[in-house]
Design a protein around this ligand. Structure first.
Ligand SMILES: NC(=O)c1ccc[n+]([C@@H]2O[C@H](COP(=O)([O-])OP(=O)(O)OC[C@H]3O[C@@H](n4cnc5c(N)ncnc54)[C@H](O)[C@@H]3O)[C@@H](O)[C@H]2O)c1
Ligand SMILES: [Zn+2]
Length: 352
């Protein structure tokens, strides 16, 4: 089953292809796209070991392969400078392109390099984690971390295409599956009861990574994200809604020094923000509990410590989305929908 979604942004319109076995059997348009220019593949150490055979097969068609250390804490400024130097050493020019083969960390780093190397070259994403397949590979946000915080340097640079093979998820550690499930659950809360009901009914098949179910799930999540990105590529308004759960989630990631997966922090972040929505009477206690039960379909795979509210609020004040000394939250409202709500740190403290 091949699913294709088109993302239409101002600068570019590009396809997302989702199919099990896509990496084994390339579509003609994938081969054509590769033939058009020279490519360097960027991946991480972990993925390059697991998919050594695939890299061996494809290497004949590539100019070079760059392998970066795996993990969030490695996505730093100097790492990106090294990748840029390696692109130059490989003789990459403005007509060449980058294939990003890995999870969100590789995608964000490789995409940022593609956006600034020779003032911007083409790139294609081949996401290998659930989180990157349902979320980060689409939308063109790229970036690296600075010492002061996550994603503080970055750009919008849309890829030429996104190629998704759900079979790649078979090698993913369980905690990374749960991490991706947090973004899936986030879409369930944003999109509404229809997706939530489908997820509740198919949860077992999702967690068993059944290929057709995963293809459908990735399709539905990306269809939602593509529509949002098409309407608001640069996150001026609508795209902010994708940040539900992330204000508290990012604060937890920062307080725990990124030692937990993004999804585990997001799971807790969504629970915290649902309580805030309830205390602001945006949703009833009954609805809040129903949504919290939905979030807790994801097990607490890693035990995140409880932080004193003061510490949480302090970490939230550093969020990029904040304005006028107020903290930005995306909160659900009844009967449906979400809105951005700006709250002062003292109000948040009162609500926690
Ligand atoms: N650009 C965006 O719009 C956007 C959106 C959401 C998240 N993100 C970013 O994405 C990052 C998180 O991405 P992630 O969760 O994919 O993390 P990740 O890229 O660090 O991957 C997680 C781990 O899984 C390994 N891995 C990757 N694919 C594998 C496979 N198929 N089999 C076995 N192991 C595999 C990696 O080596 C790594 O150790 C964060 O930095 C987050 O900020 C970006
Ligand atoms: Zn996220």
């Amino acid at each position: 089953m091949l699913e294709t979604i088109h993302v239409d942004t101002i600068g570019r319109s590009y396809p997302i292809h989702i199919q099990t076995g896509l990496l084994e059997k390339w579509l003609p348009e994938m081969t054509d796209l590769l033939k058009g220019r020279r490519w360097t593949l960027v991946t991480d150490e972990h993925v390059s070991k697991i998919y050594a055979e695939f890299l061996e097969v494809i290497s004949g068609d590539l100019l070079s392969i760059i392998t970066v250390p795996s993990g969030e804490r490695r996505r730093q400024w100097h790492r990106q400078c090294t990748v840029l130097e390696l692109l130059a050493e490989a003789g990459m020019n403005r007509n060449d392109g980058i294939l990003a083969f890995g999870g969100g960390v590789v995608g964000d780093l490789a995409g940022f390099c593609a956006s600034i190397y020779m003032r911007g070259i083409s790139w294609v994403q081949i996401p290998t984690t659930l989180l990157s397949q349902v979320d980060s590979s689409v939308g063109g946000k790229t970036g690296v971390n600075l010492k002061t915080g996550k994603n503080l340097a970055g750009s919008f640079h849309q890829p030429l295409a996104v190629w998704i093979d759900p079979l790649l998820l078979k090698t993913l550690p369980r905690q990374e599956i749960w991490s991706g499930c947090a973004e899936v659950v986030k879409y369930g809360i944003l999109e509404g009861e229809c997706l939530r009901e489908w997820l509740r009914n198919n949860w077992q098949s999702v967690t068993n990574l059944e290929p057709d179910v995963m293809t459908h799930l990735i399709y539905r999540c990306l269809q939602y994200k593509a529509a949002v990105v098409t309407a608001d590529e640069k996150e001026m308004e609508l795209r902010k809604i994708l940040n539900f759960g992330h204000t508290a989630g990012h604060a937890i990631e920062k307080l725990t020094h990124y030692q937990f997966t993004h999804g585990q922090a997001l799971r807790t972040g969504m629970l915290v923000e649902l309580d805030i929505a309830c205390r602001l009477h945006r949703v009833s206690r009954k609805k809040c509990n129903e949504l919290k039960r939905f979030v807790t379909l994801i097990p607490e795979a890693e035990q995140i410590p409880d932080f004193p509210p003061e510490q949480l609020v302090e970490a939230m004040t550093l969020d990029k989305k904040n304005r006028d000394h107020r903290i930005s939250f995306i909160l659900p409202r009844e009967p449906r929908g979400v809105d951005e709500v700006l709250l002062s740190p003292s109000e948040v403290l009162r609500l926690l």
